[in-house]
Design a protein around this ligand. Sequence first.
Ligand SMILES: [Ca+2]
Length: 260
Amino acid sequence: MWFGLSPKIRGTLLGSVLRLDIDHYTSSHPYSIPSDNPFVNENGSRPEIFAYGIRNIWRCDVDEGDPETGYGRGRIICGDVGQGAYEEIDIIKRGRNYGWNSREGFECYRKDKCGKIGPEEFPIYAYSHSVGKSVTGGHVYRGCLNPNLHGLYVYGDYVNGKLFRLKETVSSGSGGSSWENKELTMCGEDVCFNGLVSQYEKNILSFGEDDDGRWLFCLRHDLSYVTADISGPLSNRHLRLLVNKDVVSVQRDVDGGAIC
Ligand SMILES: [Ca+2]
């Protein structure tokens, strides 16, 4: 999505994250506008907009939060696919500008605009196209089955199938956070058990977690397979049907410490 130099970036829904009240519709829309949306009183701006300056988000996740402290609960974390150089992970905050198309990742994309668009919200992490070429936004694992994944944001790259995790460290003073990235390696036959597979094809589409705390991801090839045998709610079908075939276990290469 491209906005050129238009100052009316908030006058279009393109490239924005929207916040809608879908429980109450109006005569003109199948939704209503929450009164506390950030731009409801700004002339020329679409009141649906919650955040803007997005390029092409592919999958967002709402953090369930730490089960003991509640830390992180409700955070919206998204992968935003880049143009030609950088892929980024963003935490979506109310009213913030995520920079496109003046900036791609942390770097300038349009030098005539870069740094001149007012306050910007930078990614929590970005990687170059030497690492991967199309981010698939991930999932903050809060389940009990894989304690080594607890609190980690696990995401991937659609093009080369790599998996990564971001680990957050909260600064004691400012309350800000730093995010450390690491590639995740998959288990081999000597580690996998219960029939779990260690091999998967690339083209990661999405991530999730089932009620038992199994960490899951969906692959392109298997979407046609699972849609041929749908039962239950739409939101559950991929996760449930992928359990026996495509669930993978992640090697314990990250910090342990069971909390369940
Ligand atoms: Ca951005």
